[in-house]
Ligand binder design. Structure first.
Ligand SMILES: Cc1cc2nc3c(=O)[nH]c(=O)nc-3n(C[C@H](O)[C@H](O)[C@H](O)COP(=O)(O)OP(=O)(O)OC[C@H]3O[C@@H](n4cnc5c(N)ncnc54)[C@H](O)[C@@H]3O)c2cc1C
Length: 441
């Protein structure tokens, strides 16, 4: 037949936009359908003119991200990156103790774990670094799979740490970043973290990380506010139906990249023939569970709060507040702190979809569980909900993901962070792989 290949990308997050970029580069005619009002998906920041800099959620770009740094250099965005402190404090009953990722010596001085555990943590991190840092990659399931032995992060950590040491060192960091339970995730995830996170530096994008998605999608036909509601077979092509405003429309494409969270992708493609989406892939998508996230932010007077700090709850219980991130911001001519609070699992679930006043009213009194002298009357500022917050990498899942990923072929492929660890870097890699499976490279 010849002619240009028409490819639809459903979902304009980091994965979908990374796929779109590769496909445009391969000469495809690409349409990106995004149900939201902008690109970037979960990595999209909000902006509010009352504060300066108006960086919303502050997603972090780590110095070990390779896909992302390549893009930063390609687009000349180096000057938009602001390094932030990796000042990590673990809190036990309102008492913070520093657990830095950049210095083994400083870890030895950590106050919330017995000396034996601090020592074991450092020794094990060095061992993982020297033995495995070239073989394992938190953002690439293909490099995680061989270490994904069916064991959990707890099985792994308890081999060298006491219960207390595990709960206040490894668990505090993993659950502090992702909020899912260490009991529920693969040992490979914890191992990769230890092998690669030592000395890592963190940055945020001054105008939000979505700048990368926006640049990646250049050259595609971008349809914001377009929610895809159906994906059907039409001969050997794919018919998409979508809702935009009050209208329902459809069109036919040669290929489609499903770059939404896994359960949405599973639902959208449920009616496609098994020849296109095999049973194993369907099960993989349908069984992906997510830890939801609720970011509740406040503007507060400085009080006694530590500046530019990441506080994480220690311990094995599901805390009321899981973590708190504090940044200075100018509000008018006053310097205030913008404080992000992320509730624990149960409270997050109970508040999703509730009115913002109720979410603030529940979370505000809990802030003192993290910082006992948290300033009185914080000004409620912004809420961001992510019902599909963090895909849970259950034991064995990285191996499964590789199997599914390697079998992807036209005309229907999938991309998303759920193929590896829940990070923007993994989402971009999944986007590249999906595009490569469509173009046969
Ligand atoms: C609170 C929080 C903090 C995080 N912090 C960090 C961090 O600091 N650093 C980091 O690297 N990662 C972080 N992450 C993880 C990171 O945000 C994700 O891993 C990544 O953004 C996922 O990208 P994605 O493209 O796979 O999915 P998504 O971003 O979810 O993109 C999917 C897109 O599909 C769209 N969509 C859904 N259904 C439809 C439909 N029917 N039709 C059309 N469009 C549709 C959605 O609107 C969305 O834009 C964080 C995540 C959360 C929740």
């Amino acid at each position: 037949m010849g002619g240009v290949t028409r490819t639809a990308v459903i979902g304009g997050g980091m994965a979908g936009c990374a796929a779109a970029k590769e496909l445009v580069g391969e000469g495809h005619d690409v349409v990106v359908f995004e149900s939201g009002e902008g690109l970037g998906g979960r990595a999209r920041s909000w902006h509010r003119s009352e504060i300066e800099p108006s960086v919303g959620i502050n997603l972090m770009c780590a110095s070990i991200y390779t896909q992302m740094w390549q893009r930063v250099r390609e687009y000349g965005l180096e000057d938009q990156l602001v390094e932030i402190s990796s000042n990590l404090l673990v809190v036990d009953n309102g008492v913070p103790a520093s657990l830095p990722s950049d210095s083994p010596k400083a870890v030895l001085g950590y106050r919330h774990a017995p000396r034996r555990d601090r020592f074991a943590f450092v020794v094990n991190s060095l061992k993982e670094f020297f033995l495995n840092s070239k073989k394992i990659d938190l953002f690439d399931a293909e490099k995680l799979a061989r270490f994904d032995d069916g064991k959990s992060a707890v099985d792994y950590g308890r081999k060298f740490l006491s219960e207390r040491g595990f709960d206040y060192m490894l668990r505090a960091q993993i659950e502090g970043f992702w909020n899912f339970r260490c009991e529920d995730i693969s040992a490979a995830h914890a191992k990769a973290l230890l092998a690669t996170m030592g000395g890592v530096r963190f940055y945020v994008f001054a105008n939000g990380m979505q700048v990368l998605a926006e640049r990646d999608a250049e050259g595609s036909d971008i349809r914001l506010g377009h929610e895809v509601t159906g994906v059907q077979r039409s001969g050997d092509r794919v018919e998409l139906t979508w809702r935009a405003g009050g209208d329902v429309e459809s069109d036919v494409f040669d290929n489609v990249v499903l770059a939404t969270p896994a359960p949405i992708a599973a639902k959208l493609t449920a009616a496609l023939p098994d020849l296109w989406v095999d049973a194993d892939t369907r099960r993989f998508l349908e069984s992906q569970e997510y830890e939801p996230a609720l970011s509740v932010s406040y503007l507060v007077d400085r009080g006694n709060l530590p500046s530019t700090t990441h506080l994480m709850a220690g311990g094995s219980a599901d805390p009321k507040i899981r973590n708190m991130i504090i940044y200075p911001r100018m509000a008018g001519d006053e310097e205030k702190f913008l404080v992000f609070a992320y509730p624990g699992r149960a409270i997050t679930r109970s508040l999703l979809g509730k009115p913002a006043e109720q979410q603030f009213a529940t979370v505000t009194p809990l802030l003192k569980t993290m910082v006992p002298d948290f300033p009185a009357d914080p000004e409620p500022f912004q809420i961001a909900e992510r019902p599909h917050g963090f895909p849970i990498p259950a034991p064995g899942r990285y191996r499964w993901s590789v199997r599914v990923s390697q079998r992807q072929r036209p005309p229907v492929v999938y991309a998303g962070d759920y193929f590896s660890a829940p990070t923007t870097e993994a989402a971009m890699l999944a986007g590249h792989r999906a595009a490569a499976s469509l173009s046969g490279s």
